[in-house]
Design a protein. Sequence first.
Length: 72
Amino acid sequence: MQYLIRTLTDSTGHEFREVIKARDNETFTVVEAKSKEEVRQLYRQIRARNGINKFSKGLENIHKAMQRKDSE
């Protein structure tokens, strides 16, 4: 389960914290960027990298399964 802990410091220096629990169909991703457009670009890159990693892992699993089948 993912949680987002959001901290805000007001003008008097007092800190406020809010804990937000991610829903089942929700994830939190934090990135540092100078603009919203940069965030969008970074997020696209992260999603693409994650997709490639999942695809690669799937191919690896298929390869292992085929090796096991061949050794039987």
